[in-house]
Design a binder for this molecule. Structure first.
Ligand code: NI
Ligand code: MN
Length: 227
């Protein structure tokens, strides 16, 4: 599987299918790609916040790709036209040749528009098996049941936020890697905004000192070959 970081929490996973996760590209100062240039088969959205939901609807419609998200987020998107898969935490489903499991995340989730806040269901993460198994945690704090995610789904790669403030920082993300026992982790959700400045090399050192896993640092636009 080819894993490309598009900046912030956006990744393109090219395995049996091409899965786009959390496509916040328009308005993202770190985006490595324009929304209209993305080609994918499935769009996964972890929660309703704009830096994750982003361009999901436009890209899904442009690619004839379904949006996979928690029921509330999927239902909001459906009104705008794309096909949806509105699932919930703990469940798995097959989309194309890809098995997608929705996992817990400790965070908040809502749509914001015109100064109004609308419910966005619970925030979530995904384990995506499209030839290789990848865990995208979404925005979350560290939680002990990450050990369960590791045991049940045995992800080969974890994509974890390290930006702190809105999510885990380096100390917590290192503990998450230990709980998940994934051989490899790629940090995300840092340096996009002033509030989440972080040195990924500090995370890499922390992971190599405290766990038996390895952190791979990507620049937006760079890819990692998994499996
Ligand atoms: Ni968020
Ligand atoms: Mn976020």
């Amino acid at each position: 599987m080819k894993v490309t970081w598009l900046g912030h929490a956006a990744f393109l996973l090219e395995g049996k299918d091409r899965i786009l996760v959390d496509p916040f590209l328009s308005g993202n100062p770190m985006a490595s790609m324009k929304a209209e240039d993305v080609e994918c088969d499935i769009v996964c959205v972890t929660h309703a916040h704009g830096d994750h939901y982003g361009d999901a609807v436009a890209i899904a419609k442009g690619n004839d790709a379904p949006i996979v998200a928690i029921y509330e987020v999927a239902t909001m998107a459906q009104a705008l036209g794309p096909d949806i898969v509105g699932m919930n935490i703990g469940g798995s489903t097959k989309v194309g040749d890809t098995r997608i499991t929705m996992t817990n995340a400790i965070h908040s989730s809502c749509f914001v528009g015109d100064g109004k806040i609308e419910a966005g269901g619970n925030p979530a993460g995904f384990v995506i098996d499209s030839g290789s198994r990848v865990y995208h945690s979404g925005d979350t704090g560290v939680f002990g049941d990450m050990r369960l995610i590791g045991e049940l789904y045995e992800p080969e790669l974890a994509l974890l936020p390290i930006g702190d403030f809105y999510t885990m920082g380096i100390r917590e993300a290192t503990k998450a890697v230990e709980l998940l026992s994934t051989p490899t982790v790629i940090p995300m959700h840092y340096n996009t905004f002033e509030a989440i400045q972080q040195d990924p090399r500090e995370f890499k050192n922390s992971v190599s000192m405290k766990t038996s896993s390895e952190a791979v640092i990507l620049k937006p636009g760079e890819s990692y070959s998994l499996g």
